[in-house]
Design a binder for this molecule. Structure first.
Ligand code: COA
Length: 163
């Protein structure tokens, strides 16, 4: 069985992430969406909230598992008996960082390969931070976020702003 781990901060997950997961299950037998719980990033949602949101998004897809992980990614990949790390590539700007991470992970465990999937052009210019900024400034996010994510994000951001 071909298992891939799709790691990230998913703060919050966007349609870009959903698109990668949906396409990746055409290639792998099982995809584990792995939320980094010890990221150095300042996050809007707690790791538990991000896992819960992602589980809701993929509840109808039995070949997608959602989990949290901490520590080294390669250790988690081995623990889950996966053979590949899946990453989405949006534009050329992602490349350098992704290349560095892929090589570092390969150095840590040469049996684990990183597989890149091009993000659909529709989503190439989104990132979780850009979308959060748009919501914070009351802009239109139609087509960027699944409705349940949009609802949770608005609730979170507006409650912080005391609106
Ligand atoms: N569509 C839309 N946006 C996308 C996207 C897509 N398909 N793919 C990535 N993004 C965005 C994310 O929203 C995120 O935006 P933000 O920075 O505004 O929040 C950005 O691209 C990059 O985020 P992500 O893909 O989640 O990567 P990350 O840099 O947050 O996480 C880890 C990287 C968690 C995979 C990495 O730090 C890791 O493996 N950590 C574990 C520790 C370890 O093993 N370290 C050694 C690794 S070399």
């Amino acid at each position: 069985m071909k298992i891939a781990v799709y790691p990230g901060s998913f703060d919050p997950p966007t349609y870009g992430h959903v698109n990668i997961v949906e396409r990746s299950i055409q290639v792998f037998d099982k995809v584990i969406v792995a939320v980094a719980t010890n990221s150095s990033k300042q996050t809007t949602f707690t790791p538990q909230e991000r896992v819960e949101i992602l589980r809701t998004l993929f509840e109808k897809e039995p070949r997608v598992e959602v989990d949290g992980f901490e520590g080294l990614l390669v250790d988690y990949v081995k623990k889950k008996k996966a053979t590949a790390i899946l990453r989405g590539l949006r534009t050329v700007y992602d490349f350098e960082f992704e290349f560095q991470m892929a090589l570092a992970n390969k150095k840590l465990d040469e049996r684990i390969d990183t597989v890149f999937m091009m993000t659909d052009a529709k989503y190439a210019f989104y990132s979780s931070s850009i979308i959060k900024e748009i919501v914070r400034l009351a802009g239109e996010t139609r087509g960027m976020l699944p409705p349940i994510v949009e609802e949770r994000l608005k609730k979170k951001i507006y409650s912080k702003k005391g609106r």
